[in-house]
Design a protein around this ligand. Structure first.
Ligand SMILES: [Zn+2]
Length: 497
């Protein structure tokens, strides 16, 4: 590992202005002096501004820059000074986390890599449009196959690669095999298990050895179909599966069905109880039985106790880092060991703390002996995406002149409503704008009922996909929906309040 790599990893809590960013990057590059025999130069302020314009450096958060931006700038400077085009570097960084970008530096064949990056897809002679069609067919089939097998696994049926393999998964395997043959690659992921294992990796050329996944035309670039930590289908995977297999009872839907039947027991209070339970769970990825009892008693909702208990489990070894249950200060989820030594980080991709590892010694420990942790599917489908919903709701009702806002009104007609049923807000954290646009084009769901419709996009998802909002506006056929980032909408709400 080079000293530059080490230094970059150690700056996880770095933050500063544009000038600080320029100065820190310059210092790091000048300290390193050379890279593969090439003398490194410090970037000027105008170079940094230019890198931001072309997408090499992600947009800042309220004019503040963080670790992610510093890593992008330093590594981009190294690549560009070694002769890689800026366009190729943008493509290479696409949807990578800072630690993954740093890892690019230690690639032993950086030069060869640069050559293939410069050559790009033009060096491949084959019918790209045919490959693209096959890839666009394969991925939704793969998504449906994954969801189908998760449904079966829940019913106690393990995945076995024989004639019982889901027809969707088989169809996906044959199309992927066709793609590998087209690219003269050894056929990878031809068994159900290896394929499923690979689905935790983003759909990119490097991870799948399929260059078509890096084509600007490939609509599913960068998506992960399985959540790495929990091995559950991601929200995108479920959306893609729905496109061709609407009859699958998805795990996410099951949790909703159980919640709904509990709320039915409350008759006319059903909607109110629905909102209260969803809010409690989203705000408490870690809780205790005593805290649950208190919450239920205060709202006179004791009937919901078995449901609430069923959403949580005892602390498991995978929730702990060296024996301690550490709570993310931002979203409350259990933290995991970071790739940066002696640091821990939040495993929730939509959380602001996801890319900001903290020293293990300074992380907040959940001290209670009898802590309960929310189950994996509730964390992935409710708590993770719910952080933005809670933030927007809190911004809307904030003093001095709080707006009348409801969370999950009318049992989830939308995520947040304002002024009764006038304004509806849905929050989305899809990694890829094409998949989101297709989902919205099929149906807006309950948001349809509101006169003014907002779809607010998670800021982390936006920062990982260049041109996200523009693509979404272009691809989505609904003209009556306003697309906006969560942070911008938060500011608008606070200004109104
Ligand atoms: Zn978090």
């Amino acid at each position: 590992m080079s000293s530059l790599t080490k230094t970059l990893e150690g700056l996880a809590s770095w933050e500063g202005s544009l000038d600080d960013l320029t100065a820190t990057a310059s210092e790091l590059l000048l300290d390193q002096r050379t890279w593969q025999g090439q003398v490194l130069r410090a970037p000027t302020r105008s170079v940094v501004v230019n890198y931001r314009t072309v997408g090499l450096v992600s947009p800042s958060l309220r004019k503040r820059y963080q670790w992610r931006h510093l890593v992008q700038l330093v590594v981009a400077c190294v690549f560009v000074q070694l002769g890689v085009t800026r366009k190729a570097v943008v493509k290479r960084f696409h949807s990578l986390a800072p630690a993954e970008i740093i890892a690019l530096l230690d690639h032993p064949d950086l030069q060869d890599e640069s050559a293939t990056l410069i050559l790009g897809p033009a060096a491949v002679s084959l019918d790209e449009s045919r490959a693209l069609t096959m890839a666009h067919e394969a991925i939704p089939l793969l998504a449906a196959g994954l969801v189908d097998h998760y449904r079966r696994a829940r019913a106690g049926q393990p995945l076995v690669h024989d004639t019982s393999v889901s027809a969707w998964l088989r169809a996906a395997i044959s199309r992927l095999a066709g793609l590998y043959v087209m690219y003269s690659q050894p056929v990878e992921a031809d068994g159900a298990h290896t394929l499923v294992a690979r689905c935790g990796q983003p759909l990119r050329g490097r991870e799948w050895s399929l260059p078509i996944f890096d084509s600007p035309e490939f609509r599913f670039h960068g998506i992960r179909l399985l959540d790495i930590a929990s091995r559950l289908p991601t929200i995108e995977c479920i959306d893609l599966a729905r496109q061709i297999a609407s009859e699958l009872d998805l795990m996410e839907q099951q949790a909703f069905a159980q919640l709904n039947s509990v709320c039915d027991q409350f008759a006319s209070r059903g909607n109110e109880v629905y909102s209260a339970l969803r809010e409690f769970i989203t705000r408490h990825p870690i809780t205790t039985a005593a805290e649950q009892r208190r919450f239920l008693a205060e709202g006179n909702m004791q009937l919901a106790a078995p449901f609430l208990a069923s959403c949580y489990e005892q602390v498991q070894p995978h929730h702990l880092v060296k024996g301690a249950l550490l709570r993310c200060v931002n979203c409350g989820a259990p933290m995991v060991a970071s790739v940066v030594a002696d640091h821990v980080s939040c495993p929730v991709r939509t959380c602001k703390a996801y890319e900001a590892p903290v020293l293990r010694a300074s992380a907040r420990e959940a001290i209670s002996e009898d802590s309960l942790v929310v189950k994996a599917h509730i964390q992935v489908y409710w708590c993770g995406p719910g952080q933005d919903e809670i933030e927007l709701y809190d911004a809307a009702v904030a003093e001095p002149a709080g707006l009348s806002a409801s969370l999950y009104p009318g049992r989830d007609k939308c995520d947040i409503s304002l002024d009764g049923d006038v304004v509806g807000i849905d929050v989305k954290s899809h990694a890829n704008p094409f998949v989101l646009a297709e989902t919205l084009n099929r149906s807006l769901g309950g948001l349809e009922l509101f006169a003014q419709k907002y779809v607010a996009i998670n800021d982390q998802a936006l920062s990982r996909f260049p041109g996200y909002l523009e693509i979404l506006c272009r691809e989505c056929s609904r003209l009556d929906v306003e697309f906006i980032s969560v942070s911008t909408l938060c500011r608008k709400l606070k200004a109104r309040a």
